[in-house]
Design a protein around this ligand. Structure first.
Ligand SMILES: C[S@@+](CC[C@H](N)C(=O)[O-])C[C@H]1O[C@@H](n2cnc3c(N)ncnc32)[C@H](O)[C@@H]1O
Length: 199
């Protein structure tokens, strides 16, 4: 797997990132997708898992989690700071996710939290074409998509919410919920789209 600019930035910032994610309000901020988790028997995928905070929220609810993260430093930080036997880490990357496909994985729930801004807009339709077969028939895909200026040292592409939504629909996913929210950290110009998809 290559290490493009976006992933190198996370290799450098893994420690700072893990520290910032430890805030007390974190679980409440993520309730919008936690409400859509299936019963605690399934396999869930956290794609672009960062240092593993969302993965651990799901593991605490009893799920087996496959935390997929291309940055070696972020994966190591996630394993070191809060190891959890229900979370398995895997180095793989969107859009093609070759390792997940090689293993024949299908999931009850997929989370993609603030990741698509790191992919060129032209690649986004391919992301959803590759994701759809990974989702079980009654599964859910939760997607948080960031809008606004990139933080210093973390390059991002201007991927519009409409482009994300249209690409998902074109791949045959159904949008079950779609909300726009402000930034809980109060960063100027930053907002998010919270979307839930099914098949
Ligand atoms: C803003 S962080 C979000 C991390 C995590 N989802 C969270 O909510 O804490 C973005 C993550 O996406 C990962 N990433 C960047 N390009 C990716 C790709 N092509 N496929 C999968 N993950 C990628 C980065 O390494 C980073 O860990």
């Amino acid at each position: 797997m290559g290490t493009p600019l976006q992933i190198e930035a996370y290799d450098r910032q893994a420690q700072t990132y893990a520290h910032r994610m430890g805030r007390l309000t974190y679980e409440a901020e993520n309730q919008w997708w936690l409400d859509h988790l299936p019963g605690p028997t399934g396999l869930v995928l956290d794609l672009g898992a960062g240092t593993g905070e969302p993965a651990r929220l799901m593991a605490r609810r009893g799920h087996r989690v496959l935390a997929v993260e291309p940055s070696d430093a972020m994966r190591r930080m996630g394993q070191k700071t809060a190891p959890d036997e229900r979370v398995t880490w895997l180095g793989d990357a969107l859009p093609n996710l070759p390792e997940l496909y090689r293993r024949g994985v299908t999931a009850d729930f997929i989370l993609i939290n603030s990741v698509l801004i790191h992919l060129r807009p032209a690649i986004i339709p391919m992301v959803f074409k590759r994701l759809r077969p990974l989702l079980k028939a009654h599964g859910r895909l939760a997607l948080l998509h960031r809008q606004g200026p990139a933080p210093l040292g973390r390059p991002m592409y201007p991927v519009s919410v409409d482009h994300v939504l249209n690409s998902a629909l074109a791949a045959g996913l159904v949008c079950l919920d779609d909300k726009r929210v402000g930034d809980t950290l109060g960063r100027p110009g930053v907002s998010f789209a919270q979307m839930i998809f099914g098949k």
